[in-house]
Design a binder for this molecule. Structure first.
Ligand code: BV8
Ligand code: ZN
Length: 256
């Protein structure tokens, strides 16, 4: 644990005060919150995308061109996630949800670790690695095989199954992005955690909260394009910072 400088201590104290007063909180998380669970992030040091270009693999064209290659990448990621466990950052957000009257967790992650940590009201903007969808009959199935028995996996109708995630160029689920936008516009405190804030429309949510008058606190290992706009940008690991923020609401009785 790095010895925080005076200003970092002051920033943390300010964030804890806003947390203690908040009646409604919305949170946007990205791959950074799962990094301490051993899941590589997309960008930044050791990121997934460093070996692949997003355009190459996380697109409908890539899947249509070579479903086997696409599935080999997703099968590898599913196996990485299956071996991972939620970390103290996920747990802190699950605890916050139990103690704050209105709490919405919006995630870009597809690993399912927020639910595994006990979070209940989770909006998965980019879908889930564990849901598959048939390209022929559109049936959706939950599949936890790691590794997959057959690559590419097939639907009972014989059609090809694709990962139930949102690829570049694809629209996000309308209900998910609408619910997320509503939560961002209504909250009094918005936390944005472990995201490089470059993928839209998810990255527009912190701005929406800001314009609606919420206090916005970023928690991230490195600066992002949003760091300047945030009221506070706490530099460090989410697995260390979030539990220290959650302490601020420990005086309240759990609501559920
Ligand atoms: C859409 C799939 C339209 C699932 C993903 C030009 C300008 C603006 C926008 C665009 C543009 N060109 C194209 C677009 C649109 C495009 C986009 O935003 N592109 C970007 C790259 C410029 N967006 C889309 O295509 C979206 N769809 O716009 O559709 C439309 C509308 C109607 C009808 C039809 C079409 C779809 C976007 C979703 C793409 N899918 N993934 C999967 O395989 O995972 S995106 C991918 O990036 C993941 O979902 C990931 O969640 C997401 C964002 O990445 P992050 O989560 O932020 O992760 P990253 O590694 O980048 O950053 C991690 C951060 O954590 C770092 O800052 C690091 O420092 C920090 N960190 C690391 N460790 C820690 C930590 N922080 C704290 N603690 C730690 N321990
Ligand atoms: Zn089918």
């Amino acid at each position: 644990m790095s010895i925080a400088s005076h200003s970092e201590q002051a920033n943390l104290a300010q964030a804890r005060d806003w947390l203690a007063e908040a009646r409604s909180i919305a949170v946007l998380t990205g791959a950074g919150i799962s990094a301490e669970s051993g899941i590589p992030t997309f960008r930044g040091p050791g990121g997934l995308w460093n070996n692949y270009r997003p355009e190459d693999l996380a697109t409908p064209e890539a899947f249509a061109r070579d479903p086997k290659l696409s599935w080999e990448w997703y099968d590898w990621r599913r196996q990485r996630v299956a071996a991972a466990h939620p970390n103290p950052g996920h747990a802190a957000l699950a605890e916050l949800e139990r103690r704050v009257p209105a709490f919405t967790l919006i995630t870009q992650n597809v690993d399912g670790l927020h639910r595994a940590a006990g979070s209940r009201n989770v909006i998965e903007l980019h879908g889930s690695l564990w849901r598959l969808r048939c390209v022929a009959c559109a049936r959706e199935v939950e599949n936890r095989e790691a590794p997959l028995r057959e690559i590419p996996p097939r639907c009972s109708c014989g059609g090809l199954l694709r990962p139930g995630v949102v690829w570049f160029g694809e629209a996000l689920p309308a209900d998910a992005i609408q619910q997320a936008a509503r939560a961002a516009a209504r909250c009094d405190l918005f936390l944005v955690c472990g995201t490089s804030a470059v993928v839209y429309p998810a990255a527009s949510l912190p701005e929406r909260a800001l314009f609606a008058g919420a206090k916005v606190v970023e928690i991230n290992l490195e600066p992002t394009p949003f760091s300047e706009a945030a009221h506070l940008s706490l530099r460090g690991k989410s697995g260390e910072i979030l539990p220290r923020l959650a302490q601020a609401v420990r005086h309240t009785e759990p609501l559920i």
